[in-house]
Design a protein around this ligand. Structure first.
Ligand code: HEC
Length: 173
C-alpha cells in the first residue's frame, strides 16, 4: 500500500464513526397544526366546509392579487391553465377543460384552492378569501350571479354542468 492510500485509509477510519452517526439533515419537523390543515377534506355535499363567506365582487380582488399573474385575466389562462372562458365543449377535439366544463363539484374548487393555491403560497388565504375567489371562478363560468354569496350551505348547491360526466360518482350521504 502506498503512503497516500494509507493516509486516506486512516482518515476514513477516523472520520467514519462521526459521519455514520450523523443524519443527513434533510427536511425539518412538521410545524404544529400542519397535519390538521392538510387533513381538511371537503366533500361534495359540503361536509368539511368551514365558516366564512364571500361573493364574486370581493373574489375578483382576491383573484387579481393572488391568481391573475399565473391564470390570466378572467381565468382565461396564462403560464398556468385556464380556469374559465371555454371556447368550446368537452366533446370537441381537443376538449376544452375548465372548471365550468369539466369539474363535477363546486366544493372541489374551494378544497383545491385551499390546499394548493396560490402555487407560491398555499394555505395563505383565509376562509372568506377562499369563498370569495371560489365565487368569482364560478361567476366567470356563468354558474352563479356576481352578488351571490358562497358559504358552507350555498356552495354545495351549485350544480356543475359536468356533474354526471364521471363514472364513479360520489354518493351523497
Ligand atoms: C405562481 C403561479 C400560480 C398562482 C399565483 C396561482 N396558480 Fe393556480 N395553478 C398553477 C399551476 C401551475 C397549476 C397547475 C398545476 C396543478 O394543478 O397543481 C394551477 C392549477 C390551478 C387549478 C386547477 C386547474 C385545473 O383545472 O386542474 C385551480 C382551480 C387554480 N390553480 C386556482 C388558483 C387560484 C384560485 C389562485 C389564486 C388564489 C391560483 N390558482 C394562483 C399556478 C398558479
Amino acid at each position: 500500500m502506498c503512503m497516500r492510500k494509507i493516509v486516506a485509509f486512516l482518515l476514513c477510519c477516523a472520520v467514519y464513526p462521526v459521519c455514520a452517526n450523523d443524519s443527513p439533515h434533510l427536511g425539518k419537523p412538521a410545524p404544529q397544526g400542519l397535519e390538521k390543515a392538510w387533513n381538511g377534506d371537503i366533500f361534495p355535499n359540503g361536509k368539511g366546509l368551514p365558516a366564512g363567506s364571500g361573493n364574486a365582487i370581493t373574489g375578483k380582488k382576491v383573484y387579481t392579487q393572488y391568481c391573475l399573474s399565473c391564470h390570466g385575466v378572467d381565468g382565461t389562462g396564462g403560464s398556468a391553465e385556464e380556469l374559465a372562458g371555454a371556447k368550446h365543449g368537452l366533446t370537441d377535439n381537443p376538449p376544452d377543460k375548465t372548471i365550468g366544463t369539466y369539474w363535477p363539484y363546486a366544493t372541489t374548487v374551494f378544497d383545491f384552492t385551499r390546499r394548493a393555491m396560490p402555487l407560491n403560497a398555499p394555505g395563505s388565504l383565509n376562509h372568506d378569501q377562499l369563498y370569495a375567489v371560489t365565487a368569482y371562478l364560478l361567476y366567470l363560468n356563468h354558474l352563479i350571479q356576481e352578488t351571490q354569496l358562497m358559504n358552507a350551505s350555498t356552495l354545495p348547491k351549485v350544480k356543475m354542468p359536468n356533474r354526471n360526466g364521471f363514472i364513479n360518482q360520489y354518493q351523497a350521504r
